[in-house]
Design a protein. Sequence first.
Length: 246
Amino acid sequence: MPVVPGEPWTDDPYAHALRTGRGPLYLRRMTPRTRGAVELLPLDVERWCAAPDTADTDVLRRCTGPVLDVGCGPGRLVAALARRGIPALGVDVSPAAVTRTRQHGGAALRRSVFDRLPREGRWGTLLLMDGNVGIGGDPLALLVRLRDLVRPGGRLLVEAAGDEVNERLTVRVEDAHGRHGLPFAWARVGTNALLCAADASGWTLASRWTADGRPFVELHRPNPGLDELPTAHDTHLTAQGGPARP
């Protein structure tokens, strides 16, 4: 009897992979189907479930608390920050991710980033790692939402795609045996596309670097009175607020 696909990240093969700490696991490209495009996008489950590597450590040393890790997954960064005495919270829609984060000493909350969150407007650092700039399939809407979460002068540390892409996709999580979840919206953006979206959503670039082949960007929310005066664009974004959860 065919298995009914589960909800994305919740009861699809991702949950099993996090419990075991092993893949292989993929995002399968459903639409658009572009000639020559890679159909299966690997998800690096083993790295996510391991201790922070050198590239992660470079990100961690840039964090000032309190820190919110958006799409924290199994919680390697949240747990590492807790060991350093830096207040940190992970948010993720996956129950398995939240459970694993807590088991490893991190604090985590099962919630979408587009839901109401603790400390809105008061976070010192936001993390958007491991391709999570793709959450919701609209990087601009996501960056606008994140700007509402961080305090003025706060920072956003983002990992971009390893190649210069700018894609809006429908994908599903799938394992090596063809078991899969339901389709959902996703995005892939390289550094250049990320910087364009950051500029359009009111972030300013502080630095960019590459570590172990992974590109990163540090963005700051302008601090009115210190960085710059509010603009009409800023006022429009504040009045409009974050996007509704789909």
